[in-house]
Design a protein around this ligand. Sequence first.
Ligand code: FAD
Length: 455
Amino acid sequence: DVSIALFTSDLRLRDHPVLAGALRAARRVVPLFVVDSRLAAAGFAVPNRAAFLADCLADLDEALRERGGRLVVRRGDAVEETCRVAAETGAGEVHLAGGVSGFALRREERLRAALAADGRGLRVHDAVVTAVPPGAVLPTGRDHYAVFTPYFRRWSAEAPRPVIAAPRTVPVPPEVRSEPLPRAASLARGEPSPALPEGGERAGRRRLGAWLRTGVTGYADRHDDLPGDATSRLSPYLHFGCLSPVELVTRARRTAGAGAEAFVRQLAWRDFHHQLLAARPDAARHDYRTRHDHWREDAGELAAWREGRTGYPVVDAAMRQLAHEGWMHNRARLLSASFLTKTLYLDWRAGARHFLDLLVDGDVANNQLNWQWVAGTGSDTRPNRVLNPLAQAKRFDPTGEYVRRWVPELAELPGPAVHHPWRLRATERSRYAYPEPIVDLDDALARFRAARGID
Ligand code: FAD
């Protein structure tokens, strides 16, 4: 008479097949979240995501209380704790969203075995974490799509499942024990970035509402505009599942115009990377495309990149935005990742690790596979293209406003001159406490071409 809805990357009540399934299966439901000790041990519990997660859990608990329920929180190994709650409540079934990372897949397998040993069942629900489930569209004879364009064509033809309304009531067995809601400091050690977004389904829905009303219209033209900051900033809400990707795609498709179309295409990129990781879990760590050259090693250059003092203002602006907001504009992610992997020729894994340490939306599928895409070890069909940081700066920050916002040492330099302080006369240059470029771009390009065997 009891079932468990195990919440993972799906911290919402609306359009939630897991909760809906658990409610259909039994009269009472335990909405369970386990603060997983294994995730912390794997280095995933970082202050920025911990702060956002604490908001999400508080918001979810409040929404459940409005429906006569509450969130049950446990700490420990997710599989062991779930089995313990099942034994305590006599739950017959556990409902869970299908994940894609190696971590999620192992958890699912262990949980299925542990529950079966007790005579209980596991129900895994699709289209919770992605709009189209991994494996739902496949090229002939292969287990995943390696190239985005054909994937997108097939993905676009899929009809999403209907959006599910939030339950009106969630009856929770009264006796089930819960730990207090975790605070950020108890989830990860260290200080979060100063300007993080507020987590939770409600905050996500406010942002989504505003985005569909006004923001999305100009998206096709403005998504690459660095100072304009004209993207949705919905990624943290998608990462934690405060918003449903199925609902987003459905609602965006109902919004006419090139902006909404371009936005849906980006949501497809998210699904693309998820289906790739689901088929190749080791792509989180190993090159997806075989390469025969070696990355350089230079701890000093890596530190300069991380700390935003490479001497290339647009790269430094990007890295400082990341440190301050736990978020970075997509164009800034592209150019700073290209700088690390192609200009400095340092290992993409070091860059991906730094991003995962800070990004609130930090996500194994999207982060690792976008890094591989940029590094030319992944699914990019033009793996040897190199983004020139100066050309990128002039094109996507033509007035220099983005750089002046994040690199205050250069704030007095007017217009696009802010992009190349090294061109100033020596006397003027000395007025700015800003480093010289750590590498010459022509030398770097020659080094890259030699490493990749390009004539
Ligand atoms: P919008 O432009 O409003 O796009 C809407 C949504 O589409 C995003 O929220 C996101 O869910 C999805 N999306 C957009 N672009 C991509 C993309 N290239 N790949 C996958 N999904 C996409 N995104 C993450 O969610 N987590 C990460 O850890 C992450 N790491 C990245 C690392 C690198 C090196 C690069 C180049 C990109 C990375 N991205 C990552 C993708 C992208 O930069 C962010 O999703 C986007 O900047 C988030 O801002 P937004 O919500 O305003 O995006």
